[in-house]
Design a protein around this ligand. Structure first.
Ligand code: FES
Ligand SMILES: [Fe+2]
Length: 426
């Protein structure tokens, strides 16, 4: 525990951890090549060696509330359209959304509920378990075996309500092997506030890792978020540079725990925030008053040093998915590459149904604050891409709080070099 009690304020003082997160993760400390951010050739390697071989997040189970619910997940990076269904027996499955007749995309609606999927071109029809049900005018086909003409299955597994898919025809490793120590450490976390989601999406002219990196370190908080996050996530004396409480690799995945300023109170001019803000409703971001915070706090993976000055945990599941936790609930980021310099980013913030007018106001404030903060986070990503593509710099310099970025580049390098996934996981 790094806090000592300040007699004047009775607030826990923060003492930054003295050990190096980077060295503890067995990473080097030298400058890092920026080639992976600007090289089209490297991007092709990522496409083939990372995204076509890794387990990729597709959606939450709540997006499939009933038998025959489905949604479509388009993966530009793998040039795939994926149909995820809940078929009979509640089993969640994934298929290539591609017709066995002549290759049309079968389902064109983003989500819904259907017992059968009918391809619009010639009306071939498929059941929600992917089997081919009907071929109009079948007698004029030549030896078509309906049994082998179902939708092409995609490996699909669920971890803690998160649905993952793998585009290898037979995945080299299971989802549990892929998640490794992360999957066991982060099992059993209570996911509350699943009633509604706020979705923020954007397309960027920037490499996908630049968007990931924007959420991977707190070092930028005082400079990039001076009026929004910094007052709650940094301290002018105790923690001027928002030094994280912990930062660790968990196999190929990783996390950092963000500091929260225990003395934070909204500024006098922040009239709406002052109206809705109370410390017990989710700390600096607000959001929930149902006592869920205690259950989250007590989980050993959350804020692993149990520092009282905690505000949020950022977890980064390799390659492109974040699950982040705060006392008000959780939110996710997906960073989907489109090209070496184009990215589609989706953030989902999970919020509860409101119980009162005050609660509604609090959640509205929470959502607006979020929008402000993430806009600050991503607006400079396209400028970084331009800076890197100019060729002015061949390396970047990462400090200890930026360990997650260094770790990602290290893991990525292993994956693009490894012939077998088992080697990439070492
Ligand atoms: S391509 Fe689907 S029915 Fe012909
Ligand atoms: Fe930020």
């Amino acid at each position: 525990m790094s806090a000592v009690l300040d007699e004047k304020t009775a607030a826990p003082r923060f003492k930054a951890p003295e050990h190096s997160f980077t060295l503890a993760a067995n990473l080097g400390t030298g400058p890092v090549s920026v080639e992976p951010y600007r090289s089209p050739a490297y991007f092709e390697l990522e496409r083939e060696r990372v995204f076509r071989r890794a387990w990729l997040y597709a959606g939450r189970v709540e997006a499939l509330p009933e038998t025959h619910s489905y949604f479509i997940k388009d993966l530009d990076v793998c040039k795939a359209s994926v149909l995820v269904t809940r078929g009979k027996g509640e089993r969640i499955r994934a298929f290539h959304n591609v017709c066995s007749h002549r290759g049309n995309l079968v389902v064109n609606q983003a989500c819904g509920k259907a017992e059968r999927f009918v391809c619009k071109y010639h009306n071939w029809s498929y059941s929600s378990d992917g089997s081919l049900m009907g071929i109009p005018d079948q007698k004029h086909f030549f030896d078509v075996d309906k049994k082998t003409c179902g939708l092409t299955p995609i490996a699909c597994e669920v971890w803690e309500g998160f649905i993952f898919i793998n585009l290898q025809p037979t995945p080299e490793v299971s989802l549990a092997e892929f998640l490794g120590p992360f999957g066991t450490k982060y099992a059993g976390i209570p996911y509350f506030n699943l009633d509604e989601t706020i979705v923020i999406e954007a397309d960027f002219q920037a490499n996908w890792k630049l968007i990931c990196d924007a959420f991977a370190e707190p070092y930028h908080v005082p400079s990039l978020h001076p009026g929004t996050l910094a007052p709650g996530f940094a301290h002018p004396e105790d923690n001027k540079y928002a030094r994280p409480l912990s930062a660790m690799a968990h196999g190929i995945h990783r996390h950092f725990s963000a500091y929260g300023n225990p003395q934070y109170v909204p500024a006098p001019e922040s009239k709406v925030e002052r109206m809705v803000y109370i410390q017990d409703t989710g700390g600096v971001l607000g959001g929930d008053a149902q006592g869920n915070a205690a259950a989250l706090w007590s989980h050993p993976a959350i804020n692993p040093t149990k520092d009282p000055n905690w505000s949020a945990d950022v977890t980064w599941i390799f390659p492109n998915f974040n699950i982040d936790y705060s006392t008000g609930g959780f939110w996710t980021h997906e960073f989907w590459p489109v090209a070496y310099n184009r990215t589609k980013w989706t953030q989902r913030i999970y919020i509860p149904k409101t119980a009162s007018v005050r609660h509604r106001l609090q959640l509205e404030h929470y959502a607006c604050r979020w929008a402000e903060v993430v806009l600050e986070d991503v607006t400079n990503c396209e400028r970084i891409q331009r800076g890197l593509e100019s060729g002015a710099k061949d390396v970047m310099h990462l400090q200890d709080a930026e360990m997650l970025i260094r770790h990602n580049l290290h893991v990525l390098d292993n994956w693009v070099k490894a012939d077998r996934v088992a080697d990439a996981l070492k």
